[in-house]
Ligand binder design. Sequence first.
Ligand SMILES: Nc1nc2c(c(=O)[nH]1)N[C@H]1C(S)=C(S)[C@@H](COP(=O)(O)OP(=O)(O)OC[C@H]3O[C@@H](n4cnc5c(=O)[nH]c(N)nc54)[C@H](O)[C@@H]3O)O[C@H]1N2
Ligand SMILES: Nc1nc2c(c(=O)[nH]1)N[C@H]1C(S)=C(S)[C@@H](COP(=O)(O)OP(=O)(O)OC[C@H]3O[C@@H](n4cnc5c(=O)[nH]c(N)nc54)[C@H](O)[C@@H]3O)O[C@H]1N2
Ligand code: SF4
Ligand SMILES: [Mo]
Length: 739
Amino acid sequence: MRAHVEEKIAYRTCPICEACCGLEIRMQGDQVAGIRGHAADVFSAGYVCPKGAAVKDLHEDPDRLRTPLIKRDGKFVEASWDEAFAEIERRLLPIIAAHGRDAIGLVIGNPVVHKMGLLLYFPRLAKALGSKNFFSASTLDQMPKQLSAGLMFGHWLTIPVPDIDRSDFLLMLGANPAVSNGSLWTVPDFRGRAKAMRARGGRLIVVDPRRNETAAMADQHVAIRPGADVFFLAALVHTLFEEKLVMLGRLAPHVAGVEAVREVVAPFAPEQVAARCGIDAATIRELARSLANAERGAVYGRLGTCTQEYGTLVNWLIDVANVLAGHLDEPGGAMFPKAAAFQANTMGRPGQGRGIATGRHRSRVSNAPEVFGEFPIGCLAEEIDIAGEGQVRALITIAGNPVLSAPNGARLSAALDQLDFMLSLDIYLNETSRHADVILPGTSPLEEAHYDVAFPQLAHRNYARYSKPVVPATQPAEWEILLRLTAILAGGGAKADIGALDDEFVAEDVGRMAGPQAPAVLKAVEALRGPDRLLDLALRGGPYGDMFGMKPGGLNLAKLAATPEGIDLGALEPLIPEVLRTPSGKIELAPDMLIADMARAAADLARPVPDLVIVGRRQVRSNNSWTHNLPILAKGPYRCTVEVHPRDAARHGLKHGGRARIVNANRAIEAQVEITEAMLPGVISLPHGWGHDLPGTRLSVASKRPGANLNALFDESLRDPLSGNAVLSGVPVEISAAG
Ligand SMILES: Nc1nc2c(c(=O)[nH]1)N[C@H]1C(S)=C(S)[C@@H](COP(=O)(O)OP(=O)(O)OC[C@H]3O[C@@H](n4cnc5c(=O)[nH]c(N)nc54)[C@H](O)[C@@H]3O)O[C@H]1N2
Ligand SMILES: Nc1nc2c(c(=O)[nH]1)N[C@H]1C(S)=C(S)[C@@H](COP(=O)(O)OP(=O)(O)OC[C@H]3O[C@@H](n4cnc5c(=O)[nH]c(N)nc54)[C@H](O)[C@@H]3O)O[C@H]1N2
Ligand code: SF4
Ligand SMILES: [Mo]
């Protein structure tokens, strides 16, 4: 007879992508019986994708690490937490003593932003480490947008997002939210919202070299040559000026640099760029007119606009177009969220700030400028494998898999093997962590509380939501692991009292922020520890907060925790000028760095179009490099296919379902061919994050269908020089039938 197990329902924000859907989790005792969308969730209203349900598989995955591993004589052996921390201290500190702090590199991966404990505590570790060799997935992803937004609006995270529910015109470049569910734009159920917009008579236009799933549901697909967005947008902005469509409206007194923009786009008439873009001039002009004439519209660009040589320029021109067409900070246009907690643009003096700077220090080998405190991740391998003063000799990775997710993993793999010591905080023994000397297991997302620290700053509607842990902890929380590492790096030792260290840090933070009120503020949160305490502080002192009792009815953690469906904080509202943090207090439409970089683009306009280039794509049942081990997502049709237009297939002798060899200089991979009209001729597409056939991993499901690693084709030194972002798109390749 089976013992009676109690059923209960728990709620947890999905930890996988930026849509941040609310999950409803049916529990039988400590077992997950099923997961679906939380219908009463104020933000996602029951929407989920197949990855949400896969959180069950993630929680249960037998390959997910549950004990620390230490490599002894080339083999991983299980170790206790005490042994693992002692080993880290024993190995790491002598390297710092002999070679200084820059000898330790730090790599932060994408899942960090989806876990409250990791996101709030890695900065403490980074600070204690004090190394300039800091790298993250940001330079494989969104750094160009952060840089352009930082220069224009004064803060790295003051990024406008389309107010889709009130919009009637959306021009989208290099994004596929119908599959990705949105990025730098937290918008659960994009499809539903886009359909509603179209039903209202609105127009969705997708500019992309692939007729992607979003283009397939759009009013218009404009097929652009990869990497030509800078020319397309310069021509669009040119047209706004030429046809007298510029309307600054309410923003006029808050915008600087309009004339400089007019001058710099002058050479880019639509007729001049049409050939390079593969888009005729009439279409560009029509889009400019439609954008300007739209009552409520926005231009939005995402990953495909960042992973190219002119990423920062493209992302800047997107917002230039929003400003000039009168859509920035207008309802139904591109607006700024106002997050309930943790956001610098709701702190300090409204309307003015220090702005941002880059290049405060440079990387040792390539002299790449620091951007937002980071070096380009493309520089990681050379910082390790090129000997010399200041070389990286040890590495800490936190939820990152750069061997697959960054270009030229082969060089990086070889470099990782040369390290004196490597530590990974990860849930898997995978392509990157296999190189570590110590792996500390991350937690199942169901074991820890959660608040979306980053995404409300990018959400199409203001909201706040908190999830309690769903199951009891079976190991130290990730924030505790990070604090212990912080203690080790700060010299406090592996056995430090991390509770006391946490108290010290919080007292310091509060002292800085609350001045004479600090003791009362600390008293107000004295019952809390860890991320919860930081969250309560941030909520209560934030723009909707209860001000520690001074504003009764305001937000605090207790109130949020009692509301698992979340609290809706309303539609986005105009925030200019208060959101600005530029030194001038204006929107800087023409930052010097960007105006100067336009010369690089201009010189490139006549470059001949390569015969064949490759771009990436995302798929509903896959998330970057780490969900291929989850059975529910791994099943079904084979996915790591190279999409090829029929014309290219014919000219290269490729057969549907056959194998192709894809070559870039001396790098080659093989992939299964999928012939489709979705591709622009001359462009092929392969998803990234695959290539699970490397030895020494523990990914029993993923390794059965390893797929090909797109990034193995790419040169790690190719990047947008301003932001340091890797070029992962539009790279020339050759293709042929494989034997
Ligand atoms: N060619 C090409 N390359 C790309 C992209 C592309 O479009 N094309 N996209 C880029 C983008 S946008 C991104 S964000 C990067 C992502 O690149 P990475 O930041 O390297 O992220 P992932 O590949 O998702 O790997 C995540 C790692 O975190 C681990 N992990 C997962 N969950 C947890 C957890 O809860 N705790 C801990 N401690 N670890 C966890 C996983 O096991 C894995 O090792 O890839 C980039 N690479
Ligand atoms: N299912 C799923 N969802 C995800 C992820 C995932 O791996 N799987 N990853 C998450 C992450 S980390 C991120 S950052 C987001 C990214 O989410 P999105 O920004 O929506 O990125 P993608 O879906 O990769 O779509 C990028 C598009 O850019 C196009 N493109 C490529 N090169 C160019 C170019 O030069 N110009 C133009 N105009 N277009 C180009 C590609 O064809 C593709 O359609 O997705 C997140 N959501
Ligand atoms: S769209 Fe899917 S993966 Fe993304 S948060 Fe929602 S359920 Fe999770
Ligand atoms: Mo990303």
